[in-house]
Write a protein that binds this ligand. Structure first.
Ligand SMILES: [Zn+2]
Length: 160
């Protein structure tokens, strides 16, 4: 998952696969269950001297509901783009960071050994609600009445 980012963008490379949730340590705290994976696709783009990485992610996550602490499924579909800034090059102002379709995007420093996992994980984190909750939490399981338990029946037998 490590790429030479500028070269990858200039060559319009693509890389896709599955991102295992268990490998995403920062995301781990928010997950009810860390099994499963998300589909991802990274593709390089360039426009003149500007280079970009387009990031796509989709799949389902099991978050923890902040109210009932139960599992809460969230389906995400992320499409994002980051601009690569060559080391030593001036960092553009926020307003100048343009995507290919004039959509503002984040910028990162280009690296010959760019690890895609933290970059993709960041996109997943940005797509999550701040405080995930069910719209309607399921009511807690019905408590079995004491009378119905075998011990209660036994106690009654002893009393007679
Ligand atoms: Zn809930």
């Amino acid at each position: 998952m490590v790429i030479d980012s500028l070269e990858f963008a200039r060559q319009h490379g693509t890389l896709s696969g599955r991102l295992q949730l268990a490998n995403l340590s920062r995301l781990g705290d928010m997950l009810f269950e860390a099994s499963g994976s998300l589909n991802f696709e990274v593709s390089g783009e360039s426009a003149g001297r500007e280079t970009f990485l387009a990031l796509k992610l989709d799949g389902a996550l099991q978050l923890t509901c902040q109210r009932c602490l139960g599992a809460l499924e969230l389906v995400i579909s992320v499409c994002s783009r980051v601009m690569l800034i060559e080391p030593g090059m001036p960092w553009p102002d926020d307003g100048q960071i343009g995507g290919l379709e004039d959509v503002a995007c984040d910028a990162i420093e280009a690296s010959r050994e760019l690890d895609l996992v933290p970059l993709l994980e960041e996109e997943v984190l940005l797509a999550l609600p701040i405080s995930p909750r069910h719209e309607c939490c399921e009511s807690p399981p019905v408590v079995v009445s004491k009378e119905a338990s075998p011990f209660a029946q036994l106690a009654r037998l002893k009393r007679t």
